[in-house]
Design a protein around this ligand. Structure first.
Ligand code: SF4
Length: 394
C-alpha cells in the first residue's frame, strides 16, 4: 500500500462528504436526526410494522425495536426500486451457487482471492444482466430479490432480515401481503425524494463517481459495492441513526467498550505502521503524532475504552458469540457499511453504536492511492464518556 494522501488533493474523487467548508459535521448530524424523526412517523402510520412485530413475538424470534422493523420494511422497497431490473432476470440456481461460495472466504487468503475473482466476474456478467419491465413487487419477485442480494455478496445481513419478512408475508392472505409490498415500494419512492432534499447535499458526487469509475470497476469484486446508488447512502444514514437510538441504552450500560476503526484512518502505509495484531484487529503503537488512529486511541484511553484497527469490514467480528450485555462497540465506518455492520454486531452479541467517517477513501475500494479519512472526534468522545446518542432516544 502506498502512502495515503490528504483529502484536499483528491476531493473530486469522493462519493459523499459529511462536512461543510468549516470541516464540521454538526449540520449533517442535525439533518439526519430530523429526517429520521420524519421517516419514522411516516412509516409507523402503517399497521404492517406492528403486525410484523406480533409475528416475531408469536414465533419467539429475537424481538427488536419496532423502529428496526420499520427500517426493514423501508429497505424492502428501496432495494426493490434499485435492484428490481437485475433481480428479476438470471438463474436462481446460479444465484444459490454464488451465495454458497462466499462462505469459503474464511478459509484463508488464497480462498479469499479466488472467491473475489469469481465475485468480480459474476458482478460484471450474470448479476449485471437486467430487463426494463420488472413488474410490481410480489412474493415471488421478493424471493428473487433476496436471491440476487445474496448472490451479490454485499447484502448478507440485509437479505437474512428480508427472508424473515418473506416468511411473514407468506403466512398472510395474498391480498394483504400484496398490499404490504405495494406500500413498501410507495414509501421507498417517497423516501428517495425526501432524503434527496434533506441529505442530497452530502452525497452530491455519488453519481459522478459511479460514471467516472464504471470502466475501472469492471471485473472487480467491489463493483456492486462501489456502484451503489444515492438512495442507498441515504438509507444507511437514516438506518445508522435509528440503530444508534435503539441500541443506545444497552451500549451505555455495557461494562466494556471497544472502538473499531478502519485502517484508512492511519497516516502511514501498512509497511511503516507499527500496530500489532490482537484478535480480529490491530492495536496502535503510536509511532506517529499526526496519525488519527493515535489520536483516537489516546482519547479512548481516557474514557477507559480500547481501540482496535480493523483491516476490512468483513473481518471485524469473529465467529464466537459475545456474552449478552457485556460489550458495547463503536463502529467507525463509511456510510455503505452502517446497516450491515449494525446487524452483524448485534447478531453476535455486541451492543453497537456508530460514528460515520466524514468521507470514504480507502485504497481497497474508493481511491487508487487511498485518502486519509477522519471522524467527528467530539461525537465519539461524547459517546464513550456518557453514551450520548446522536439525538433524542425513544
Ligand atoms: S500511529 Fe498507530 S496506526 Fe498510526 S501509523 Fe503509527 S502504529 Fe500505525
Amino acid at each position: 500500500m502506498q502512502e495515503v494522501i490528504p483529502l484536499r488533493e483528491s476531493s473530486d474523487e469522493l462519493t459523499y462528504s459529511l462536512t461543510g467548508e468549516d470541516g464540521s459535521a454538526g449540520p449533517y448530524y442535525r439533518d439526519v436526526a430530523l429526517l429520521t424523526d420524519e421517516v419514522l412517523v411516516k412509516l409507523h402510520e402503517d399497521q404492517s410494522i406492528a403486525k410484523f412485530g406480533r409475528y416475531i413475538a408469536l414465533r419467539k424470534l429475537e424481538t427488536w425495536n419496532p423502529d428496526i422493523y420499520a427500517l426493514e420494511w423501508l429497505m424492502i422497497g428501496v432495494l426493490w426500486n434499485v435492484y428490481k431490473a437485475r433481480a428479476t432476470v438470471g438463474s436462481v440456481a446460479a444465484g444459490r451457487l454464488l451465495s454458497s461460495l462466499y462462505s469459503l472466504k474464511s478459509r484463508g487468503r488464497e480462498a479469499r482471492k479466488a472467491v473475489d475473482r469469481v465475485k468480480g466476474i459474476a458482478g460484471t456478467t450474470v448479476l449485471a444482466r437486467h430487463q426494463k419491465a420488472a413488474g410490481c413487487l410480489q412474493l415471488h419477485s421478493l424471493t428473487r430479490l433476496i436471491g440476487w442480494l445474496r448472490a451479490s455478496g454485499e447484502f448478507e445481513q440485509e437479505s437474512r432480515r428480508l427472508k424473515i419478512w418473506l416468511d411473514f408475508l407468506r403466512g398472510l392472505p395474498g391480498k394483504e401481503s400484496a398490499g404490504i409490498l405495494h406500500r413498501a415500494v410507495q414509501k421507498a419512492s417517497w423516501f428517495e425524494r425526501r432524503s434527496l432534499e434533506c441529505l442530497g447535499s452530502y452525497t452530491s458526487k455519488v453519481e459522478a463517481y459511479i460514471e467516472n469509475n464504471r470502466q475501472r470497476l469492471k471485473w472487480q469484486e467491489n463493483r456492486i459495492f462501489c456502484s451503489r446508488e444515492r438512495v442507498e447512502y441515504h438509507l444507511n444514514m437514516v438506518g445508522a441513526e435509528i440503530m444508534n437510538r435503539v441500541f443506545h441504552a444497552g451500549f451505555q450500560a455495557a461494562p466494556e467498550k471497544i472502538v473499531f476503526l478502519p485502517i484508512c484512518m492511519r497516516n502511514k502505509s501498512a509497511e511503516a505502521c507499527r500496530a500489532v495484531q490482537e484478535g480480529p484487529g490491530y492495536v496502535c503503537r503510536r509511532c506517529s503524532k499526526t496519525c488519527r488512529v493515535h489520536a483516537v486511541t489516546a482519547m479512548a484511553e481516557t474514557c477507559g475504552s480500547k481501540v482496535l484497527m480493523i483491516p476490512h469490514a468483513s473481518t471485524a467480528f469473529g465467529k464466537e458469540r459475545i456474552p449478552e450485555g457485556k460489550v458495547g462497540i463503536v463502529g467507525i465506518a463509511c456510510v455503505l457499511n452502517l446497516i450491515s455492520g449494525g446487524y452483524k454486531a448485534r447478531d453476535i452479541g455486541y451492543l453497537p453504536q456508530c460514528v460515520l467517517l466524514h468521507y470514504s477513501g480507502c485504497a481497497m475500494h474508493w481511491h487508487p492511492k487511498g485518502i486519509g479519512t477522519c471522524i467527528d472526534m467530539d461525537r465519539l468522545h461524547a459517546m464513550l464518556e456518557q453514551g450520548e446518542p446522536s439525538s433524542n432516544p425513544e
